[in-house]
Design a protein around this ligand. Structure first.
Ligand SMILES: Nc1ncnc2c1ncn2[C@@H]1O[C@H](COP(=O)(O)OP(=O)(O)OP(=O)(O)O)[C@@H](O)[C@H]1O
Length: 207
């Protein structure tokens, strides 16, 4: 398998006056290597905001990766750089290994997955295995920004801690800004350098 490509320069992601669904006037800067947690009531628009940032949902306002605007790239190219890991992952081939181009043994081990997982059928994966493999698949594409929608929702506490540690280390190593939808205040304390919360139609800063 090919070696990992060299990391690209770290860049911040910025939102200015973004409006999507009921949300309006969302302005936010995500710094390289830092995790920002996003919380808010169920149905308040967290997933829609992530989808808008990934250019999967029509929205108003300006979204930029460094000085590059979302409109200046095709949706496909933007999403390769600004990678969304949704709560429900999608799989398009029968074999797990067909979804991975690079050697990711170290990632499998770090996430508590068996070293032979890439030889398995997707149909046998548990929801927690799927969730961790979706994270590994996203990171193996070396995105510049990571958008995570409740990435540990199906995991037990010990595995949650493993994933948190791995994701934090990846963010720092590759200088990726991360926007992470989370409900658990303890998790937010453990992983986040910043915390923003949806209150009504707006975003308010918590830490
Ligand atoms: N494409 C769409 N068109 C219209 N309304 C939508 C669309 N997608 C989602 N919604 C609605 O927008 C609101 C916000 O949905 P969203 O999935 O972003 O909530 P959420 O904050 O992620 O909730 P949860 O924490 O329960 O996952 C919901 O009322 C939902 O029904």
């Amino acid at each position: 398998m090919p070696a990992l490509p060299a990391p690209k320069a770290a860049t911040s992601l910025s939102l200015a006056a973004v409006a999507v669904g009921d949300l309006e006037d969302i302005s936010l800067t995500l710094a390289p290597g830092e995790i920002t947690c996003l919380s808010g009531p169920s149905g308040s628009g967290k997933s829609r905001l992530l989808r808008a940032i990934a250019d999967l949902e029509p929205h108003e306002g300006d979204i930029r990766l460094g000085d590059q605007s979302q409109e200046s790239l095709t949706g496909h190219d933007w999403r390769r750089a600004v990678m969304l890991v949704p709560a429900e992952s999608q799989w398009w081939a029968e074999d797990v290994g067909a979804h991975f181009d690079l050697d990711c043994q170290a990632g499998l081990e770090a996430l508590g997955l068996s070293s032979d997982t890439l030889g398995w059928q997707v149909a046998r994966l548990s929801s927690g295995e799927k969730q961790r493999l979706a994270l590994l698949r996203a990171l193996s594409c070396r995105p510049r920004v990571l958008l995570l929608d409740e990435p540990t929702a199906n995991l037990d506490h010990a595995t949650t801690l493993r994933c948190e540690a791995w994701l934090g280390a990846q963010a720092r190593q590759y200088g990726m800004p991360v926007l992470w939808v989370a409900h658990d205040p303890e998790q937010i304390k453990r992983v986040a350098q910043h915390h923003v919360r949806i209150a009504g139609r707006r975003l308010e800063t918590s830490i």
